[in-house]
Write a protein that binds this ligand. Structure first.
Ligand code: PMP
Length: 394
């Protein structure tokens, strides 16, 4: 019976959104949900997306199916955006997917097909859906140490020690940039050590990149994953266009399987297309088409890059302002890491009780693990948050 179906733990971020909606205070601040917001609290349609949509309406003559792997133009443009010149195009099998989540899910399904005995190692903590999908699919999974909450930095020795205990053929799930939820990222040197570990232990990297361009820049944010993809025999990459193109609801993503050996992409390509067919047949095309129109048109590309850069620099300024305010108010360097973190999120290292106090007494909504969305702030709310945080840690 349907009524006998199990209940599922609700998504804590969606629950928080609900609580925020029901809060009648007019000065409440939402730092929970993971979408970009500008200083006015809006998640705007990017200018280049608007322009591409207008053009598409004029030139599109059919809505007939495209291809199981998605439009070739989209695949080519995204492989170039993510991988640059790190590998040749014919080393990459790829399919368009419904968002980054579709790519993440199918990468785990591919892992199951390639090596049913593989354990997928994920960072502690990671994006909640990673673990939830792994469990749902019945893929063995284990956490590796990643975040040192006391210092707000990566516990790199712990990470490498844990990866050294993985067995050959295991999968290491890495965030390409802008780690969600911590905001703490690997340095170039650390990426190289990760590569050495992957090679020494014969591990398969699976890289999730959902915020390219939100951290240090489009090219900079892809440097780590490019190093991995050009150094190890095989790499899986799941990329999302939701944030950097602002096309959340269009469900636009891509799954790539990179091989050092060019002769090997045929079976990977066939299996990625097969996975699309089993799961949803043809992937959504609208968002993907807008993205490829932008990436292949000089004027649209320049405008998109300019707007993305405004978004990135705006978040960096908010980070600096918040770190400065907290340094002043707490008289310590405890929160300096906020300025060093990159991407939309930082984990503040507060207790669950302190997060509840922020919500109940100050109307500030952060996730219970103390993740805040930097883009939920503006220059006027940063001092309010800093004062409240200083008070609760006081
Ligand atoms: N990976 C990570 C780390 C994310 O934060 C997100 C978005 N929250 C995704 C993947 C997937 O995003 P989407 O499916 O909306 O493209």
């Amino acid at each position: 019976m349907f009524s006998d179906l199990p209940t599922h733990a609700p998504d804590k971020i969606l629950q928080l959104m609900q609580m925020f909606r029901e809060d009648t205070r007019t000065d409440k601040i939402d730092l929970g949900v993971g979408v970009y917001k500008n200083a006015e609290g809006q998640t705007p349609v990017m200018r280049a997306i608007k322009a591409a949509e207008k053009k598409l309406w004029e030139v599109e003559t059919t809505k007939s199916y495209v291809a199981l792997a998605g439009a070739p133009d989209y695949n080519d443009a995204m492989v170039k955006l993510v991988l640059g010149d790190a590998v040749a195009r014919d080393q990459v099998a790829s399919v368009a997917t419904p968002g980054g989540t579709g790519a993440v899910r199918q990468s785990f399904e591919l892992v199951k097909m390639v090596n049913p005995d593989a354990t997928v190692w994920y960072s502690n903590p990671t994006w909640g859906n990673h673990v939830s999908i792994l469990k749902y699919l019945g893929v063995a999974n284990k956490a590796y140490r990643y975040f040192d909450a006391a210092s707000g930095t990566v516990d790199f020795d712990g990470m490498i020690a844990d990866l050294n205990s993985a067995k050959p053929g295991d999968v290491v799930l890495l965030h390409g940039c802008c780690h969600n939820p911590t905001g703490a990222n690997l340095t170039a040197e650390q990426w190289q050590t990760v590569v050495d570990t992957l090679l020494a232990k014969e591990l398969l990297p699976m890289i999730d990149v959902a915020y390219q361009g939100f951290g240090d820049g489009l090219e900079e944010d892809a440097a780590g994953l490019r190093l991995v993809a050009s150094s190890v025999p095989e790499t899986l990459i799941a990329a999302s266009c939701s944030k950097n193109f602002g096309v959340y609801r269009e469900r636009t993503g891509i799954l790539m399987a990179v091989s050092a050996d060019k002769g090997k992409v045929g079976p990977a390509q066939a299996n990625l297309a097969y996975l699309n067919r089993q799961n949803y047949s043809f992937p959504p095309d609208h968002g993907a088409r807008l993205v490829s129109m932008i990436l292949t048109d000089d004027a649209l590309l320049a405008d998109w890059k300019a707007e993305l850069e405004e978004v990135r620099l705006g978040m960096l300024e908010l980070r600096q302002q918040l770190a400065d305010e907290l340094r002043r108010l707490t008289n310590t360097d405890r929160f300096d890491f906020i300025a060093r973190h990159r991407g939309m999120f930082s984990m503040l290292g507060l207790t669950e009780d302190q997060i509840v106090t922020l919500r109940e007494e100050h109307g500030i909504y952060a996730v219970s693990d103390s993740r805040i969305n930097i883009a939920g702030l503006n220059t006027k709310t940063v001092p309010i948050l800093a004062k409240a945080v200083a008070e609760v840690v006081g």
